[in-house]
Design a protein around this ligand. Structure first.
Ligand SMILES: Cc1cc2nc3c(=O)[nH]c(=O)nc-3n(C[C@H](O)[C@H](O)[C@H](O)COP(=O)(O)OP(=O)(O)OC[C@H]3O[C@@H](n4cnc5c(N)ncnc54)[C@H](O)[C@@H]3O)c2cc1C
Length: 466
């Protein structure tokens, strides 16, 4: 049967499952779902928005029977191209946005996949609980997307990443079978840990329909510190001194000169003109602990040569410091039409070498690159902007990307700390995985998805042999 007729039949089946209002196929309705937060795009033929787990399962079963590829999607804020369709069906989970339970006694939340991360954080905070994973996109991105990418954030060093808060899952296999894994307890070694296998699988193994997430008691107090440095090396020195001193900040973010300049132009924060790096740190705990740790962080930054250190006196001031850090991506996107955000991570002790390697790559390849990231977990985001019409510049950008991946791998690190492989890093995966490991992973994929219909082209793609 022709592809067109098969799609028309599938569309009718999907309309029966979720109702006509939640199935789109006209270009004006599907185009808005053809982008994510990368420069790439991918147009679905059908967009479907189920409202329940049973509908998700039925949609998957129908697509599976008709042998049509299906891509799951949350809010589309991904930075590796994972939520972009390759034709076929785009299954959007944003209608499933209920927090089903927030259990203070047993410290967990049960949520649907389309819950926006910041909504969960706020709901937990109202009960004096804390959900620490905090991607900078938290106001928009969804818990399903966070689990699928194993999203991290500023709190990673002290509190870990999404995986560390995942107690249990309900997910649908490509065939439509609903599976429940894990449960409601922090300790659970009953069988293989399928929840963690799904976590970071980028929507290639199953579609998450419900999650049980661990919550912890909220710290009583927080302090936010901004330290400004005239040399990046001094900021790196401050990071080492703080970690050597055994101080564990709740969050610890760093930005280089190019990132600071870019944000300064965007937000007009009034930073000194010679700022070469800045650190935003947060301490937390009991009131006196948070305050004492903030004083220690401030003193260690000064000792390392900070030219200015401010401890926020109000929550509005703290928010302004954080806005500076969170605005880098938006500030950058205004400068040139093409932006690629890398996400390498290295063991903490290799950060100074990584920073030097990045500096050399920027100069030798003559590229527009800013570097920012999570100072204490070795996870940096070198972001390159370019003009896609300038073929010579794009060649240098591609060469720089490969050199950045190689630098991370040579320093014992990884291609992606938190954004995933998606389509954009797929051609480079073979540089990071042994053939045996890649083969085992692909055999796992085949067990979950024997027809290869779920999120095809993601993680696994043709190699880049450069
Ligand atoms: C400004 C900005 C800042 C960011 N900061 C951070 C950061 O600090 N840390 C970080 O880790 N990331 C960050 N990101 C990246 C992005 O926000 C995260 O990867 C987030 O987890 C994606 O969530 P989403 O709902 O937008 O998912 P989408 O982009 O829609 O999808 C991402 C992937 O998850 C899959 N997926 C989505 N929902 C499901 C589901 N229910 N079941 C199975 N698979 C599913 C998709 O197929 C895709 O592969 C940032 C992005 C932006 C634009």
């Amino acid at each position: 049967m022709g592809n067109k007729r098969r799609l028309e039949r599938l569309q009718r089946r999907l309309q029966q499952i979720v109702g006509h209002d939640f199935v789109f196929s006209c270009p004006e309705d599907t185009i808005p779902y053809s982008f994510d937060a990368t420069y790439a795009e991918g147009r679905p033929e059908i967009v479907v928005l189920p409202g329940t787990a049973a509908e998700v399962a039925a949609v998957l079963a129908a697509a599976y029977e008709e042998e049509v590829p299906l891509t799951p999607r949350g809010a589309g804020t991904g930075l590796s191209g994972g939520a972009l369709a390759v034709g076929g069906v785009l299954l959007v989970l944003t209608r499933m946005h209920r927090i089903l339970e927030l259990n203070k006694q047993s410290l967990y939340a049960v949520v649907e996949p389309g819950v926006v991360t910041a909504e969960l954080q706020r709901a937990a905070a109202r009960k004096r609980l804390f959900y620490p994973p905090d991607p900078s996109s938290a106001e928009v991105c969804t818990i399903g997307g966070n689990i699928a990418e194993n999203a991290g954030g500023a709190h990673g060093f002290k509190y870990g990443v999404t995986r560390d808060y995942l107690l249990g899952l309900e997910f649908a296999l490509p065939s439509g079978e609903l599976i429940t894994t894990g449960g409601y307890t922090v300790k659970n070694v009953t069988g293989y840990d399928l929840s963690r296998l799904l976590c970071g699988s980028e929507g290639t193994l199953g579609v998450i329909t419900k999650a049980v997430l661990r919550l912890i008691p909220a710290p009583e107090a927080r302090r936010t510190i901004l330290a400004v440095f005239a040399a990046f090396e001094a900021a790196a020195e401050a990071v080492s001194r703080i970690i050597d001193a055994g101080v564990v900040p709740a969050a610890f973010e760093i930005m280089d000169r190019a990132a600071v300049r870019c944000v300064e132009r965007y937000l007009r924060l009034g930073l000194p003109a010679n700022t070469a790096a800045f650190i935003v740190a947060e301490t937390d705990g009991y009131e006196d602990t948070a305050a004492r740790l903030a004083r220690e962080v401030a003193a260690l930054c000064r000792k390392a040569g900070a030219q200015e250190v401010r401890v926020a006196q109000t929550s509005a001031e703290a928010e302004a410091f954080w806005r500076a850090r969170r605005s880098v991506s938006a500030a950058l996107a205004r400068l040139k039409p093409f932006k690629v955000g890398e996400d390498i991570a290295v063991p903490l002790g290799r950060m100074p070498e990584l920073v030097n390697r990045l500096q050399a790559i920027r100069e030798q390849e003559n590229i527009d690159m800013v570097v920012f990231g999570h100072a204490a977990d070795g996870n940096l985001h070198p972001n390159i902007i370019a003009n896609p019409r300038d073929g010579e510049e794009m060649k240098r950008v591609r060469r720089a990307m490969v050199r950045i991946f190689d630098a991370a791998l040579e320093l014992g690190g990884t291609l992606s700390g938190e954004h995933g492989i998606g389509t954009l890093k797929a051609p480079y995966l073979h540089r990071a995985l042994s053939p045996a490991a890649a083969d085992l992973m692909q055999r796992i994929k085949a067990v979950f998805d024997p027809k290869g219909l779920l999120n095809p082209g993601k993680i696994w793609a043709d190699r880049d042999e450069t």
